[in-house]
Design a protein around this ligand. Structure first.
Ligand code: PAF
Length: 279
């Protein structure tokens, strides 16, 4: 596995492979890798000839400087995991490499940018799409793999790809869960044992909604899920909603084609998100 730190070196490495028509996959990450990321590498390996994984904690997508400072950075462990997963290239640029000068970036991601996570983390998706565009420019991948756990992020990246008319194919990969149901996240490292127990209410409420989807009305399911979460100690609910997966607007028609239940809550000191497709 090659470790590359500059865009110029990355381009030099990838150019002959592109010329030889090799399919290149990119798995963008902020490090602190877990089994969810490993599953993205495994999916990428199945569909491409060469897998590049980027590790870059992107400052422009953090709306809270404390959150940026405390973001976990277990670099050696990450590299070991990538090696074991069969990743071919790790791209680990510095902040100066990705942002040689401060950038103004404002693209139209549509109304969904300002809903759900966008409401709680203002400007977050401008920062995410900015860095993903820079990574796409550096790697020029045929395919890019993201986890469905960040459902709105995948949608926003698809909007950015549409905006610039890029040729990369975006692949959304299933959420990987702990045995007890907790969605894997780099932030889970901050959960105490008690927080972890309390956090299970998020996946349980989503499961409840999915299991009762046929027999109950959407309003009733949302209300019951909120009651379950609000009854859990140590959990402060930001939202639980069932939406159209394209517009992210709340949906009450169960026959609507693409429904997803999404939840966000603060558990102890850690903000977690999770979701479940309902069809
Ligand atoms: O999901 C993440 O880890 C980040 O938001 C991403 C896509 C790597 C952009 O920094």
């Amino acid at each position: 596995m090659k470790i590359i730190k500059t865009i110029a070196a990355l381009k030099m490495l990838l150019e002959p492979l592109k010329r030889a028509q090799q399919k290149i996959a990119l798995v963008p990450t902020m490090g602190a890798l877990h089994k969810g990321h490993v599953s993205l590498i495994a999916m990428a390996k199945k569909q491409a000839d060469l897998v590049v994984c980027s590790i870059f904690v992107n400052p422009t997508q953090f709306t809270d400087t404390k959150d940026l400072e405390k973001y976990p950075r277990p670099l050696e462990h990450d590299i070991q995991q990538l090696e074991e997963a069969g990743c071919d290239v790790v791209f680990m640029p510095s902040v100066e490499e990705m942002y040689p000068q401060p950038e103004t970036w404002q693209i139209n991601l549509g109304a969904a940018e300002f809903l759900l996570e966008g409401e709680f983390r203002k400007g977050h998706y401008q920062g995410v799409t900015q860095i993903v565009k820079k990574l796409f420019d550096a790697v020029e991948p045929d395919l890019a793999f993201f986890g469905q756990k960040d459902f709105q992020q995948v949608l926003m990246i698809e909007k950015m790809v549409e905006h610039f008319n890029l040729e990369v194919k975006i692949v959304s990969c299933p959420i990987i869960r702990e045995n007890d149901g907790l969605a894997m996240s780099s932030r889970n490292i901050h959960l105490t044992a008690a927080d972890h127990e309390h956090a299970l209410v998020l996946s349980k409420s989503l499961e409840y909604v999915r299991n009762n989807f046929k027999s109950k009305a959407i309003e009733e399911l949302v209300s019951e899920a909120k009651t379950m979460i609000n009854a859990e100690p140590g959990v402060a609910l930001d939202y639980f909603t069932i939406v159209n997966g394209e517009t992210l607007l709340p949906e009450t028609d169960k026959n609507a084609p693409y429904l997803v239940a999404l939840v966000a809550a603060k558990v102890g000191e850690t903000r977690l998100i999770d979701n479940m497709l309902l069809h």
